[in-house]
Write a protein that binds this ligand. Structure first.
Ligand code: ATP
Length: 217
């Protein structure tokens, strides 16, 4: 079980906190407004009313011992940046910060935070991709134009072999695993005959994965 601290319990911070709890981790929630703390206090592991621009108040929370700290103060640029500066001074290593604008992003990247999050943009991209490729359940960008995608096998592919589905992709697309109901197949047997609702986890360059889309839909 990991320990996380989430500073700012608006819609984004509270959703992230509750999901971390659902995933079985401990969460300290921090907010300057008692009403946000009261709303979540009985669902989080710990909840503290504190002003995150006050370095002493942050020091008392001993945030260095957490696996990661998420700063989810969006609109108040000054408060977000001051909070990040204090957390850096206090030696917090894994620092994830929500950014609300390009200037906010630029400042955060100069402060060397571990990850800058743009919830609206990131969700907008995911929604657009889900609209274009509804058969892709999940995807993960691996860097260097490589993606890992999870694809559900549609009924029309029942009985097709995996190698027939991947014809023409050369060796550039790798089948990482197949999930069939509760069974995980890795490595995937060859030949492998697809069944409806199999989940294929494929890795490869975006352009080649895209070329598979018409066969999958
Ligand atoms: P969301 O979209 O997630 O609701 P937002 O981007 O509109 O949030 P804000 O409402 O500015 O961002 O801030 C999110 C939370 O951060 C609020 O609950 C707010 O009370 C809290 N917050 C703002 N400033 C501070 C501060 N200095 N110390 C602690 N918490 C703060």
């Amino acid at each position: 079980m990991a320990q996380f601290a989430v500073i700012g319990l608006g819609r984004f911070g509270s959703t992230a906190s509750l999901e971390l709890i659902r995933l079985g981790h401990q969460v300290l929630g921090v907010d300057a407004e008692p009403k946000y703390i009261n709303r979540l206090a009985d669902r989080l592991s710990y909840a503290v009313i504190a002003d995150a621009t006050d370095e002493q108040a942050l020091a008392e929370l001993d945030l260095c011992r957490y696996d990661a700290v998420l700063v989810a103060i969006g609109e108040n640029l000054e408060a977000s940046i001051l909070c990040v500066l204090h957390l850096k001074n206090l030696g917090v290593q894994q620092l994830w910060v929500k950014a609300s604008s390009k200037p906010h992003h630029s400042i955060l990247s100069r402060l060397g935070v571990s990850r800058i999050i743009h919830p609206e943009e990131e969700m907008g991209i995911k929604v657009a991709q889900a609209l274009v490729y509804p058969m892709i359940n999940q995807y993960l960008f691996l860097g260097h134009n490589l993606y890992l995608v999870e694809v559900r096998v549609d009924r029309h592919l029942e009985g097709t072999t995996l190698s027939a589905l991947l014809t023409g992709t050369g060796h550039e697309v790798k089948t990482v695993l197949v999930k069939r109901q509760s069974q995980l197949l890795a490595p995937v047997p060859d030949p492998f005959v697809l069944a409806t609702d199999d989940c294929l986890v494929l890795a490869g360059p975006l352009s080649i994965l895209k070329s598979l889309a018409p066969r999958l839909g």
